[in-house]
Design a protein around this ligand. Structure first.
Ligand SMILES: [Zn+2]
Length: 581
């Protein structure tokens, strides 16, 4: 076992040169994406943070992509397609979002930056012959005149056309290892006699003219996949420029892909291709990925290229928590809390010239300090991309605890809106002081519920898609205040389900019943499961069961729960769904 700091230094000594193209705007400004598609919107962020933190990529090799020009796009796409992208309804349809809510300019910006990143990477690798990895791209469903499946424009085809226009005449090979066929890309490259498109996919969409396509059986595992890959590489011509779409949706359990690879199998895929391409100009792209672990595939692609290593990203590693803990270390108590200096408002208050304000949250944070932290963590920037601005933090007393609210103005709506509201208290739980979260609500008043984005029990308006950031910031608060963790009471099954990776019920029997419920309702979509539980239609050992909103805790120290007790209760109870009344 070597420490992380030593590991990082070793990696820096051993690593091969790799250029990484990344921009924080690679995170798509779509608040409902995660719930609707299983896509991890932070995939590029997580991969970039890991590759830098692990020492696989030097900070100076992380490049900001340029935004692709309309002239570059027009070499591949028809004026009709390019004009349609200016219409929010078209983009919204493509990404399963509501046109009224969609920040269309911001979304198109993400796409144009990704496309520019692929072209920048192609120019760079042709110059240096070293691999380049762009952390967003591989939009292989966009054809010359038709966008499709999260792909409004075709970054690979646009990059090929641009380097051709700059005089590159060599053979281009695209290895499309995403789980879906390269229909749009093959159509874009149809007129290029020196382009080869080879593909392994897990979905049969009929013939893909112009592509060497192998459709693998559903659930195809590592060995069968790697065999098919070897055969594809035997058939493929040697490239003067290669593009590899190293899809993350080949992973078992992906919401949209049908293959069954393990993380280790995907890494072996990337290592095989990296060795085959050794010394040749090559651009790597992430393609799709609709699972919680899709970012690990992308981080693994970078690790394969830079370190030629099979070593996995540590299974328990949470990139958001690691990142926020580094940022928190740079925030000083003076920036977050009371500086002790008297302001004009303090003097007026003391003289009774203005009403007394609540100045500190939990006896420490000032409103200004909270705002600064939200800025440093990148939260306000993400909210701005969702159409909010003019942010303000306010404190007051809120029933069981202290209330903190983040307010903001919204594009297209009048007035100030509550975006985040929490009621917090320092309070003991299981004998130790904890950050008690009595209430937490993330609200996106610009969004509407729809068939694609249904209302969850207890929701007033759709959420912001930022629950993980919020929970991680609250955890940083617990650390800062010297507490042992945080606690909340999930009012519905879906809240406990979403928190289950970090939180557990304090009472081991309750945790056992919850784990049994997760086990027994696994075949139902989460929305349906939480609705059935809320309606009382889920039975425990054949008897009516009412949801128990007991305390769930995240422990900064070791959890006091006995796993044996949890297991006993989990084996004792079984949940079934009662037929409709
Ligand atoms: Zn795909």
């Amino acid at each position: 076992m070597i420490g992380r700091a030593l590991g990082r230094r070793l990696s820096a000594l051993l690593r091969r040169p790799l250029s990484l193209y990344y921009d924080p705007r690679y995170r798509l400004p779509l608040s409902g994406l995660e719930g609707a598609t299983g896509m991890e919107p932070r995939r590029a962020d997580f991969a970039a943070w890991w590759l830098a933190a692990s020492g696989a990529v030097a900070q100076r090799r992380i490049r900001a992509p340029s935004r692709i020009s309309i002239d570059d796009l027009a070499r591949v796409h028809t004026p009709r397609l390019l004009e349609s992208l200016g219409q929010p309804a078209v983009l919204a349809g493509m990404f399963g979002a509501d046109p009224e809510e969609l920040a269309a300019d911001e979304l198109l910006d993400s796409m144009r930056l990704a496309c520019g990143g692929t072209l920048d990477a192609a120019r760079e690798t042709l110059r240096t012959r070293e691999p380049a990895l762009n952390l967003l791209g591989g939009f292989h469903h966009a054809g010359p005149d038709a966008a499709g499946g999260f792909c409004p424009i075709d970054d690979v085809a646009v990059a090929v056309a641009a380097v051709r226009a700059e005089g590159f005449t060599g053979r281009v090979v695209v290895l499309d290892l995403d789980a879906h066929p390269p229909d749009g890309l093959a159509a874009c490259l149809a007129g290029d006699p020196k382009a080869f498109v080879g593909s392994l996919s897990g979905s049969d969409w009929g013939p893909v003219p112009g592509a060497d396509e192998t459709v693998l059986p559903e659930g195809c595992g590592d060995d069968a996949y790697l065999n098919a890959l070897d055969r594809l590489l035997d058939r493929a011509p040697r490239p003067a420029l290669a593009f590899v779409i190293a899809g993350g949706d080949v992973l078992a359990g992906d919401k949209m892909g049908r293959l069954g690879l393990t993380l280790r199998g995907v890494r072996r895929r990337d290592l095989t291709v990296a060795r085959w391409l050794d010394g040749r100009p090559q651009v790597w792209l992430p393609g799709g990925g609709y699972s919680r672990d899709a970012w690990r595939v992308l981080a693994g692609t970078g690790t394969a290229l830079a370190l030629r290593s099979l070593r996995p990203v540590p299974p328990g590693y949470d990139p958001l928590s690691a990142r926020f803990s580094r940022i928190a270390a740079e925030l000083t108590p003076g920036e977050l809390g009371d500086s002790g200096e008297l302001t004009a408002e303090d003097v007026e208050e003391a003289l009774g010239l203005r009403p007394t304000r609540q100045r500190l949250l939990l006896g420490f944070y000032t409103a200004g300090g909270m705002e600064l932290a939200l800025h440093r963590y990148g939260t306000l920037q993400q909210l701005a991309r969702l159409g909010y601005r003019g942010f303000r933090v306010e404190f007051d007393q809120g029933g069981a605890g202290e209330r903190v609210r983040l307010l903001g103005e919204a594009d297209g709506l009048d007035g100030l809106h509550v975006l985040v509201e929490a009621i917090l208290e320092k309070r003991p739980c299981a004998g130790v002081p904890m950050l008690y979260i009595h209430w937490l609500s993330l609200r996106n008043p610009r969004a509407r519920f729809s068939e694609r984005r249904p209302r969850l029990p207890g929701q007033e308006v759709p959420g912001l898609g930022m629950a993980r950031e919020t929970a991680t910031m609250l955890m940083r608060m617990a650390v800062r205040l010297g507490l042992s963790g945080m606690v909340f009471r999930p009012s519905h099954f879906h809240l406990a389900y979403s928190a289950r990776h970090s939180f557990a019920f304090v009472d081991p029997d309750r945790q056992g019943r919850f784990e049994a419920m997760v086990r027994d309702l696994a075949d139902l979509p989460l929305l349906e499961a939480t609705q059935l539980v809320a309606e009382g239609r889920v039975l425990m050992n054949g008897q009516p069961y009412a949801w128990e909103a007991d305390e769930m805790a995240y422990w900064l120290s070791e959890s006091p729960t006995d796993p044996g007790e949890v297991e006993r209760e989990k084996l004792r109870v079984h949940f079934t769904v009662a037929p409709p009344r």
